[in-house]
Design a protein around this ligand. Structure first.
Ligand code: ZN
Length: 120
């Protein structure tokens, strides 16, 4: 049976003239469009988070350590304590931006708001 399937595959390859599949450029184009769309979407969401990549890296590192030591109580208390300690960051805007990425509590901020996911 296995030999039969191999034989049919060979026929298909020959029928294709050994050329690349005709739709390959279309697939590449679709992939490119999808990547551009995802990048634009990510940039739009990143714009909703009013902090720099460096700040987000520091925030996630801070919150991660506290979630490990103190756990998550399903609020943004550790996130809030970092934001309040920064000065110049508006809590409501930061919380709204984090929510765009699924960061509704401290452990979700650590899991969902990785700077690589937010800023690419
Ligand atoms: Zn949590």
């Amino acid at each position: 049976m296995a030999g039969e399937r191999e034989g049919m595959g060979e026929v298909a390859r020959r029928a294709n003239g050994g050329q690349a599949h005709p739709s390959a450029p279309d697939r590449a184009r679709r992939r490119q469009l999808r990547d551009e769309y995802k990048r634009a979407e990510r940039e739009a969401r990143a714009a909703s988070l009013p902090m720099s990549r460096e700040q987000l890296e520091a925030l996630v590192e801070f919150v991660d350590a506290l979630v490990i030591s103190d756990g998550c109580d399903h609020t943004l208390r550790h996130t809030r304590s970092w934001v309040d300690g920064q000065g110049g960051l508006e809590w409501g805007a930061v919380a709204g931006g984090l929510a765009e990425f699924g960061g509704y509590c401290d452990c979700e901020v650590v899991m969902n708001c990785d700077p690589v996911d937010v800023f690419g």
